[in-house]
Design a binder for this molecule. Structure first.
Ligand code: FAD
Length: 396
């Protein structure tokens, strides 16, 4: 199989657009098929850690994103009731110094729009209302074709399935299998600072409590506060993995928490409720000239804030290999490098649920108290536990 000159990408999410931009910058012709009729992203924030930031910087997006960014002062974990800090370590200059890249908070819609603009400027074609139902490979010509629900077809040398949790590309490659509900739901929303009755600390803050936690941080240059409120649940009745959430139900779930939390939620006027899903490690990420990327192959709990970061890293590595090796070799190298990395981050994310939700009763609390001691007397040691994730070097 030779190197590629035309690529079709299924899905104009953050992962698909990063791959499209990186390919276009290498002179590859790219078509992105997106099922939505209009481009856009949900009203929610995204933490962009230094590992993901470096990829966005390499794509030339730093200055376009900067006006929308908020730089958190500290990474914090606080007690749900008393507000006691179990962890408070500097993030702003510390991330720059340790990883040569900042830690940013962005609104998803801002990142998405900057990516769309950059893709358009680089000549990427984005087809809207383009629902890909399957792919078809012709081994004799070395081409692969995305077949759309409306009968249109798009032929290329490589097809990238960046079509998220319910990926149609994954389904064809590996058979129908629903993602696993992880026993947690998340409400997400943003609130304009002007509507708040409480001062929110300028930190990336996790409020930890029994069976639930809440994350708060500023986005859009500090104009809005984003919240993600997570609750453990036995089941998820709805067919949808995302639906309009009830503000009253959300407030009830966090009633009696610290006033910074209850006042914050008291100012919310709308929210989306998400089922948090995962998948066990897939046996393969590619088949012939079709390959998966991002949530399509490794959805994860958001408790390390690394799902989009992993999709962004995937895009950088995949494009680097695809532009350097023939397709079979490139896809094998991509999976070999990315699978251990993303599986590790998936497991770290799962482990954080126990810490944030005080699993184990008094032992859970004891773990948080131990973290408090460590962050006070050995902050460098606490920082270093994140080096693997934030300081990760992508292969050259
Ligand atoms: C509560 C919560 C908080 C999170 N916080 C963070 C965070 O702070 N930091 C972080 O890094 N990550 C975070 N994540 C994870 C992150 O949102 C995802 O990992 C990331 O969006 C995955 O990107 P993707 O491009 O792989 O998929 P998606 O964003 O799901 O994009 C898939 C795209 O494919 C399109 N599509 C689907 N099927 C088809 C089809 N058949 N044909 C055509 N198009 C199709 C969809 O419309 C969509 O546009 C969070 C997730 C949740 C649930």
């Amino acid at each position: 199989m030779n190197k590629v000159s035309q690529v079709v990408i299924v899905g104009a999410g953050i992962g698909g657009l990063c791959a499209a931009l990186a390919l276009a910058k290498q002179g590859v012709q790219v078509v992105v098929c997106e099922q939505a009729l209009a481009l856009g992203e949900v009203g929610a924030g995204l933490q962009i850690s230094p590992n993901a930031f470096k990829v966005l910087r390499d794509l030339g997006l730093e200055s376009a994103l900067k006006p929308f960014a908020f730089v958190p002062q500290n990474a914090a974990i606080r007690d749900y009731k008393t507000g006691e800090y179990y962890l408070k370590i500097p993030l702003a200059q510390a991330a720059e110094k340790r990883y040569q890249a900042p830690y940013w908070h962005l609104h998803r819609a801002d990142l998405h729009q900057v990516l769309v603009d950059a893709c358009s400027a680089a000549g990427v074609a984005i087809w809207l209302g383009a629902v890909v139902s399957r792919y078809q490979e012709d081994t004799s010509s070395g081409r692969i074709c995305a077949v759309l629900q409306d009968g249109r077809e798009c032929s290329a040398d490589l097809l990238i399935g960046a079509d998220g949790l319910h990926s149609a590309v994954r389904r064809q490659m590996l058979g129908p299998e629903k993602p696993t509900f992880m026993g947690q739901v998340a409400w997400r929303g943003v609130i304009p600072v002007s509507a708040l009755n409480v001062v929110i600390q300028p930190d990336a803050c996790v409020w930890a409590g029994p069976g639930r936690h809440l994350v708060s941080y500023y986005v859009r240059g500090g104009e809005w506060v984003n919240f993600v409120a997570v609750e453990e649940r036995d089941d998820w009745q709805s067919e949808s993995w995302r639906e309009e959430g009830s503000i009253e139900e959300l407030k009830r779930a966090f009633a009696g928490w610290h006033p910074e939390v209850t006042e914050l939620l008291g100012s919310a006027t709308s929210t989306f409720l998400w089922a948090l899903n995962g998948r066990t490690e897939l046996p393969t990420w590619s088949q012939g000239r079709a390959v998966l990327l991002g949530d399509a192959c490794h959805p994860m709990l958001p408790f390390m804030a690394q799902g989009a970061a992993m999709a962004i890293e995937d895009a950088a590595v995949l494009v680097r290999y695809v532009c350097s090796f023939d397709v079979a070799d490139a896809l094998a190298r991509y999976e070999q490098v990315r699978k251990p990395r993303t599986t590790k981050v998936q497991n770290l994310s799962k482990a954080n649920a126990g810490l944030y939700h005080m699993h184990g009763g008094v032992f859970g609390k004891a773990k948080l108290k131990a973290l408090k001691v460590a962050s006070r007397f050995a902050p460098v040691m606490v920082h270093s536990t994140l080096d693997d994730v934030y300081g990760h070097q992508l292969p050259c």
